[in-house]
Design a protein around this ligand. Structure first.
Ligand code: UT7
Length: 331
């Protein structure tokens, strides 16, 4: 019997309407469009402003978009994984709320948190359930309302992050298409360079901590940048080498959209032509768990059956990895 492979069979997305442009940020902190554009590649990000709406709102809408596009019956979905670094609430699964709200009443569900690598690690998890033969439809959603943990007086972070969500459906494939190989890694020594210190179990929020803004995201940008460039390029190169892939074989690189310069460095390291590098950071900024599915959403019409894609991500923790996947359908 041939091995079951796990293929992506549909993509959906949701972006809040409000656009936080570089020009608006210029009025909020000491920054300018030229600095942000040259250092990051970002021009604008989307922000979910509605009070009481969290990452599940983004996730639900991305999933509904996928359901509407693919025609999949939500009752047939076996598992809903919500990859997120910004769950709605503590002690209550964002994925359970999402699954119920999209009508996935027969599914089990859970959140997966690996900072900016959440969706990449979720691709591995979702594929494993399909490859096991036990599950036929796994919905993986990457959703983050980053604006909920950003200090809009801190120019080191507020220019980077945006809100958004993307969803993909994984199903069994009998032609060998889908996830082919992966290298996933983590190193907890990176925690001090990118985190929100207060509000978790180590340091529950106190009025003093909130007054000092210690519940917001802190990033030591240069250190994270260096680690991101080195590690993302390293795993991308290794996953390509061990599958005998060169620039000629690869159609697309889908890399986490944290900084245009990090993405370009990764592509350079593996000699990939710039026109094979998916890029949408200028429109959405860094949407954490949503960057990879939002790339698939924006490039879906250009993807062809049998295309070879490399996914790569790096994030807080540190967490990082690369995945080699073959595309399973023509749009
Ligand atoms: O997704 C999770 C993983 N995250 C990442 O991969 C992000 C990695 N890091 C980065 O993308 C970059 O480090 C940043 C975009 C965050 C910062 O860019 P950088 O080129 O590393 O800048 P820097 O922190 O080294 O700062 C350079 C200068 C500094 O001024 P001095 O000390 O040279 O006078 C900063 O104070 O730029 C200044 N600066 C700014 N200037 C205008 C820092 N932020 C800003 C700003 N506007 N927003």
């Amino acid at each position: 019997m041939s091995k079951i492979t796990a293929a992506i069979t549909g993509v959906g997305a949701y972006l809040p309407e409000y656009r936080l442009t570089n020009q608006i940020l210029e009025t909020m902190v000491d920054t300018n469009d030229e600095w942000i554009t040259t250092r990051t590649g970002i021009k604008e990000r989307r922000i979910l402003k509605d009070v009481g709406k969290g990452s599940s709102y983004l996730a639900i809408n991305a999933a509904k978009d996928l359901i509407q596009k693919t025609g999949v019956d939500p009752k047939e979905i076996d598992l809903v994984i919500v990859a997120t670094a910004t769950p709605d609430m503590k002690a209550a699964s964002t994925a359970a709320f999402t699954a119920t709200n999209i009508g996935a009443v027969n599914a089990f569900s859970y959140d997966l948190e690996a900072a900016c690598s959440s969706f990449l690690f979720g691709m591995s998890a979702a594929s494993s359930y399909i490859e096991s033969g036990k599950y036929k439809k796994v919905l993986l959603i990457g959703a983050d309302k980053n604006s909920s943990m950003i200090n809009y007086e801190d120019r080191a972070t507020c220019i980077i992050f945006g809100d958004g969500a993307g969803a993909v459906l994984f199903e069994p494939n009998t032609e060998g298409l889908g996830l082919q190989d992966e290298i996933l890694r983590s190193n907890g020594e990176g925690r001090e360079f990118l985190h929100a210190q207060y509000g978790g179990s180590s340091y529950p929020s106190t009025p003093e901590a909130v007054a000092e803004g210690k519940h917001f995201v802190f990033q030591e940008g240069r250190t994270v940048f260096k680690n991101a460039v080195f590690n993302m390029a390293d795993v991308t190169e290794r996953v390509m080498k061990r599958n005998d892939l060169t620039n000629d074989d690869i159609q697309w690189l889908a890399a986490h959209q944290a900084n245009k310069r990090i993405i370009e460095a990764t592509a350079n390291r593996v000699n990939l032509n710039p026109d094979k590098v998916m890029m949408n950071i200028h429109k959405y900024g860094n949407t954490t768990s949503a960057t990879l599915p939002l790339l698939l959403h924006d490039y879906e019409s250009q993807l062809k059956k049998n295309d070879k894609l490399i996914f790569a991500a790096f994030g807080g923790g540190f967490t990082w990895g690369a995945i080699y996947l073959t595309w399973a359908y023509n749009s």
